[in-house]
Design a protein around this ligand. Sequence first.
Ligand SMILES: Cc1cc2nc3c(=O)[nH]c(=O)nc-3n(C[C@H](O)[C@H](O)[C@H](O)COP(=O)(O)OP(=O)(O)OC[C@H]3O[C@@H](n4cnc5c(N)ncnc54)[C@H](O)[C@@H]3O)c2cc1C
Length: 405
Amino acid sequence: MSQRIVIVGAGHAAGEFCAALMQDGFDGSITLFGDEPHLPYQRPPLSKAYLTGEMDRDRLFLRGADFYETHAIALKPNVSVTAINRGTKTVTTSDGSEEPYDTLVLMTGARVRHLSCPGADLGGVRYVRSIADADALGAALEPGQTMVVIGGGYIGLEVAASARKLGLAVSVVEMAPRLLARVASAEFSSDVHDLHTANGVSILCETGVAEITGNGDGQVTGVRLADKTVLDAHHVVVGIGVMANEEIATQAGLKTNNGILVDAAGRTSDPSIFAAGDVARFDHKLYGSIRLESVQNAVEQAKICADTIRGTTASYDPVPWFWSDQYDAKIQLAGLSAGYDRAVRRAGKRPGSGSIWLYREGALIAVEALSDAPAYMMGKRWLEEGQSPDPERIADTDIKIKDVV
Ligand SMILES: Cc1cc2nc3c(=O)[nH]c(=O)nc-3n(C[C@H](O)[C@H](O)[C@H](O)COP(=O)(O)OP(=O)(O)OC[C@H]3O[C@@H](n4cnc5c(N)ncnc54)[C@H](O)[C@@H]3O)c2cc1C
């Protein structure tokens, strides 16, 4: 009998998984459950070009409906999987049906963490995770209005940059002592801070939010900070991180720990169940136990799952990479910065460009580039090769980057 694959979650990983599985032909059946109304789509433009109106909705979708029709992939939009029944090898869905599987693939992604202070549920307090979120925010923004972004991570900063482009006055409030505290070095945070202040954003670090203030119509009017200052705001956008959608896996007895645990082949603790993307946690030889929230991870881990399911020996051992577009700057990161003990700065060719090279016990662990693609590309390649360039030579811009090693 041909293999029945059921996928839970119709996001970036699911879209790439279907494409990878179909590439060399697959004669089983695939059913794809997604709780959103859409075909699998890419989220990065939601806080960037799609939000500013520079990108059409059609370009968000990874593939057109014809791809799924051609490959007889049964799409089930607006349907959530509510339970995994490992004994019977079925899933229960929100429309009351039971779907049998031979192989189950969990690509449920992550959901936004919500603000819990008073006023957090006022109209005009928004999050950006889905097309619906970006549509609602984009439609509400008008030049001359004010926006407070709560959370100085990548998504908050991208929304801040987009709102500035649209002519809003923007403040970013961050509880940590610096921007990007969880995901970038202090040196790189400082460069990104400068980028935003140069573009007119007011940044308040080490600042807590006491309350979102509102009017009689239940609409937001501002943000009261812990020190009692009030920032006026037509819009409040919250970007304080995400949580893995792992509950159905935990309830089914799969091993989870802030993410569904998978091995290098994409398998969970049940050999007939796989997981990939934002929801999956795995062991990395350089960075330990990690859960990555990036397109690269969704794409590559999905391909590993497809390879394993097709019977190819596959092993996931990535150099993590990530990008972000803010104003005219391109941010590119390879490796992970956590635990670095030395940061080396290398100036770029153009004003405002450059890279930060991060070492731990003498070994390169990450490179963070601001509008400096050559540095990023060389750093990524050296990380892949396990090479550590001499920090003194990195800092010396008389030596061309390609000649450093
Ligand atoms: C605004 C924004 C900007 C970003 N920018 C970048 C960027 O510049 N660079 C980068 O590398 N990454 C970026 N990312 C991150 C990237 O988009 C994610 O890492 C990627 O989407 C993860 O793919 P995924 O398939 O794991 O999860 P998702 O794309 O989130 O898809 C998971 C899907 O599963 C659905 N689902 C969950 N539970 C169930 C269930 N029980 N039943 C049915 N369906 C379910 C969810 O609703 C969702 O539709 C950005 C993310 C956002 C939100």
